[in-house]
Design a protein around this ligand. Structure first.
Ligand SMILES: NC(=O)c1ccc[n+]([C@@H]2O[C@H](COP(=O)([O-])OP(=O)(O)OC[C@H]3O[C@@H](n4cnc5c(N)ncnc54)[C@H](OP(=O)(O)O)[C@@H]3O)[C@@H](O)[C@H]2O)c1
Length: 268
């Protein structure tokens, strides 16, 4: 029974693919870069006795990619779907400063992929009366996110979509679970220099997934990492308008750090 991971060539998705393979699962990887997919697939097969398959697909292209994905997945009996793929703009910024391409990319990748991959995979799971869909949301779904307004909204979509689906799928013994990472050091969060890798508050993808893999299938909703669960609980004790205020302040700091990094790069 293979597992499938979207956005499997870097960060959290790549680590999920590696950890699931360690558990003996065959893995189907989907991402946009064939070179990186081959690298990850080879790494997994060299280190674990499992079979990998990969599909090259750019989720930012929207509707046109899903027929090809469906055809590739037809012969497979996916037992676990990790809807991980996601994008953010290069750094927190005001909505009207974002390019239209960047806005469409977030909508197509963060909303389109979780929706359509689930649509493709669940009919077989329902038929077989088993399966798990893990949708990766974000701490950004806790409140509106000034300077990451679209990104935060896409993650709120993931949350409500998953909770609704969970109810629908329960009678078929198919689980729809939500993973809520807080800050994880990956390519996506390169805009900030503050949290260093290895820090217990801001783990890198490897440490984060090594912890969170143990929660897979057990919790309908979790941050997957003890420290992130504490942050999530504390955050939700604060009134929303205060959370929005804090999110705005923090994103302003991140944006400034990004601009400072860019200036240093220009000088070098
Ligand atoms: N990092 C955090 O702090 C954090 C916090 C909360 C939630 N999350 C969520 O966790 C998930 C993973 O984030 P991450 O930090 O691991 O991101 P990441 O390191 O940037 O990795 C993203 C993965 O998605 C792939 N990808 C990006 N755009 C794609 C596209 N158009 N088509 C196909 N594949 C594409 C990337 O491929 P390439 O290798 O080609 O780039 C990469 O494999 C996302 O949903 C994110 O929103 C992250």
């Amino acid at each position: 029974m293979p597992a499938m991971v979207t956005g499997a060539t870097d960060g959290i998705g790549k680590q999920y693919a590696i950890e699931l393979a360690k558990k003996g699962m065959n893995i189907c990887l989907i991402s946009r870069s064939e070179t990186k997919l081959i690298e990850v697939a080879n790494y997994i097969e060299q280190n674990q006795k499992v079979i990998t398959k990969f599909i090259v697909a750019d989720f930012s292209k929207g509707k046109i990619i899903y027929d090809k994905i469906r055809t590739h997945l037809d012969p497979l009996d996916i037992g676990i779907l990790i809807n991980n793929v996601g994008v953010m703009h290069e750094c927190p910024d005001e909505f009207d400063e974002l390019s239209e391409d960047s806005i469409w990319e977030m909508i197509s990748v963060n909303i389109g992929a979780v929706t359509m991959m689930t649509k493709i995979i669940i009919p077989k799971m329902k038929l077989k009366n088993r399966g798990l869909v893990l949708n990766v949301s974000s701490g950004a779904h806790c409140q509106p996110m000034p300077l990451a307004a679209v990104y935060g909204a896409t993650k709120s979509y993931t949350k409500t979509f998953t909770i609704a689906l969970r109810k629908e799928l329960a009678e078929y013994n198919v689980k729809a679970h939500l993973l809520i990472p807080m800050f994880v050091r990956t390519k996506m969060t390169d805009f900030t220099t503050t949290p260093k890798s290895g820090n217990i508050f801001f783990p890198n993808a490897e440490s984060y997934v090594k912890a969170t893999i143990n929660t897979l299938g057990y919790y309908s909703q979790t941050c997957g990492y003890w420290n992130h669960n504490i942050q999530y609980i504390l955050l939700n004790l604060i009134p929303e308008f205060v959370r929005v205020f804090i999110a705005h302040k923090v994103n302003k700091v991140f944006r400034q750090q990004y601009y400072n990094q860019q200036k240093v790069k220009q000088i070098i």
